[in-house]
Ligand binder design. Structure first.
Ligand code: 5GP
Ligand code: ZN
Length: 119
C-alpha cells in the first residue's frame, strides 16, 4: 500500500481521527471513522473516511481498495442503525468537483428529497 500513509500531520481529517480536532463521531473501528459534517447540506449529513490517508477517489488502487469496500460496509451499517433507507453517497474528487479536504471521504446525505443531476 505505497500510497496509503497512516497519518498526515497537515491533514484536517487525519487530525480529526487522532482526536486533535473534535468531531461529532457516529462510528469508529480499526479502518474507518464516521462523523457528522460541520456544515450539513441535508437534515442528515455525515462523512465516512478511511483512517489511512488516501487523498481522493483518484488514489484508490488494488492495494487499498479493501479499505474503501469496508467504508461502504460501514455506510450500510450506520444508515441501518440510523433508520435511513433513502440516502445519497457522494465523493468529490478534485477542486473542480468540489473537494475541499484532501483525505478520501464519502458524504452520506439524507432526510430530504435530493435532486438529480447534482450541481
Ligand atoms: P468536500 O468539500 O471535500 O467534498 O467535503 C469536505 C467536507 O468536510 C465539507 O462538507 C465540510 O463541511 C466538512 N468539514 C470541513 N471541516 C470540518 C470539520 O472541522 N469538522 C467536520 N465535522 N466537518 C468538516
Ligand atoms: Zn488525512
Amino acid at each position: 500500500m505505497s500510497n496509503v500513509l497512516r497519518c498526515d500531520s497537515d491533514c484536517l481529517f487525519c487530525q480529526i481521527i487522532k482526536g486533535e480536532i473534535p468531531s461529532n463521531k457516529i462510528y469508529e473501528d480499526h479502518t474507518c471513522y464516521a462523523f457528522y459534517d460541520i456544515n450539513p447540506q441535508a437534515p442528515i449529513h455525515f462523512l465516512v473516511i478511511p483512517k489511512a490517508h488516501i487523498s481522493s477517489c483518484g488514489e484508490i488502487t488494488k492495494g487499498n481498495s479493501s479499505i474503501v469496500a469496508h467504508c461502504f460496509e460501514v455506510i450500510s451499517e450506520v444508515t441501518k442503525k440510523l433508520g435511513i433507507t433513502d440516502f445519497r453517497v457522494v465523493s468529490n474528487c478534485g477542486a473542480k468537483a468540489g473537494q475541499s479536504v484532501s483525505h478520501l471521504h464519502f458524504h452520506v446525505l439524507s432526510g430530504r428529497d435530493l435532486t438529480w443531476p447534482p450541481g
